[in-house]
Ligand binder design. Sequence first.
Ligand code: K7E
Ligand code: CUA
Length: 663
Amino acid sequence: MPWTLLLLSSVGMVWAITGCKPKNAGNALSGDAAERVYVAPGKYDEFYNFVSGGFSGQVSVYGLPSGRLFRIIPVFSVDPMDGYGYSEETKPMLNTSHGFIPWDDQHHLQISQTDGTTDGRWLFANANNTPRIARIDLKTFHTAEIMEIPNSAGNHSSPFITENTEYAVAGTRFSIPMDNVNGDVPINTYKKNFKGALTFIKIDPATGHMNIAFQLLMPGVDYDLSHAGKGPSHDWFFFSCYNSEEAHTLLEVNASQNDKDFIWAINWVKAAALIKDGKGQIVKTNYAHNIYDEDTHQATSAMEHQVTMLDVTKFPGIVYAIPCPKSPHGVDVDPTGEYIVGDGKLAAVIPVFSFSKMINAINNKEFAGSFQGIPVLKYNSVLYGEVQKPGLGPLHTEFDGKGNAYTSFFISSEIVKWSLKDLKVLDRIPTYYSPGHLMIPGGDSKKPWGKYLVAYNKITKDRYLPTGPELCQSAQLIDISGDKMKLLLDFPTVGEPHYAQAMPAGIIMKNSVKYYDINKNKSPYKMVGGTGKVIRSGNRVDAYLVQIRSHFAPDNIEGIHLGDTVYLHVTNLEQDWDIPHGFGVKGANTAELLIMPGETLTLQWVPDFAGIVPFYCTDFCSALHQEMQGYIRVSPKGSNVPISFSMGNNTDTSAVVGIEETK
Ligand code: K7E
Ligand code: CUA
């Protein structure tokens, strides 16, 4: 295969130089761009755009078409801005079988769907490092649940969902020995000992609560991305993989040997039926399941100890392998559910597979052989056609719902529009530079809102003001409403963007929570009035404070001793939109709390010196915000100063305790 070697060496070289720069960089901008992206002061954007934060571990929320950043939602990383992961209430969200993990690498997002249409209830997010899936509630933009994924390492092909949000999936990037066997094996026994697990997580249709329904035991390769079928292909899920060579070192070379790797077609409906029939095996493992309760304002973390696993080689008809050229990355299903697009990172074509041909090939047993006990379908039996000469380094494809597909090309740094009907390239536009994912609002669903496309770029050299050795990553907004794509806007992103989702803002705004009803606050640490309370039990002190513009109650606390651990439970009594109060204590080695109206949060604080410690509100809440402050007196260890607390008692007892005025 000389052409393969040629491709590998030339493409490999360009790849190593991290992409080439398109020429004619200035020409792509649309003449009316400013007008098209201008959202006048006081006006709302048309779309919410949720963007993965990559190695920041968070998700950011932008408006389209303006590109304005509205919020960073803390998900897998602690956030000192609002105390996520620092407050006692939210610490359990970051619990795992490895203990507390304050960081992750967040790549993919998918909004829940009803009948294949983006519905705006929940946003699912993956963690790529310590395998987890999060569910963000789009009523509050809070992370509501995090499920750890056992038997996995690098949860990359995740958190994609089926078309009625029946399941979210998680596929292991790294194959490894399963958790219930001795994993202390030589790395060069990969072929014998390393396996892949694909996880199916059941989503409760009413509450969104997640539970691992089953795992599929798969061949030991690297599972990369996935997407569910829809419409006619509803019962199927498609996972791409690289490293069908089963290499365990220098994958750059050793996993680029085979002409084709695979897209795995998985009949999840059949698999679920087998599990229901008791065909799965209980496998021992450990994984954390963390839920944030919006009524008690408390997160709880529970450890789960088993999963049900199905060895797919023992149950024919669940999994088939579709050969796909050169280390496929993205696998994307078009709005009709008939076309499955594979993007081979090193491939010279884009193969488009046909779901109906796949079913025929399965029925007619048109197999090219098998891979570790799984039937491999004949490439040509499943192929609808190939997009010829599309560009270099295809990564991901989205759809506009008008019969067109759009593919990002990392190496040739462009977005290419092509027709699903005849697979002809229709248009191409350079990006600045090296796009990874691209996104059309609803572009992975049955009903795309095909007006804009956003390219998420890895490299921005010479596009923005320099900021030291590290430059920002960026997104570029492209108008796809006409025949020709038009560049409208560049905007920087937080962390490295991978996948993103967007949908009309109005749908989400309808259900938006504006504040928490204090009467429904079921926190055991809630305090609703008076001067609060402070209670000692042994070395533990619980101080219950309330906040209302513009004071704390209590705001004078005495009787804390060195050696105490103090829990400061703070309830914000406001019942008004956009009036959070903050809470910061001098010397606390955690973070502030940012407490929403009607919410209760707790800061754990261990005083480390005897003296007077101030605390204050950190969020500018009224004209007298600066006055919203208080003092805590810390006495030496073993002191006999009793607990006392007050608010508004402004008598000065200096004279009584014997400080004399000099005459
Ligand atoms: Cu960035 Cu989806 Cu992790 Cu492609 S992946 S770019
Ligand atoms: Cu409350 Cu500032």
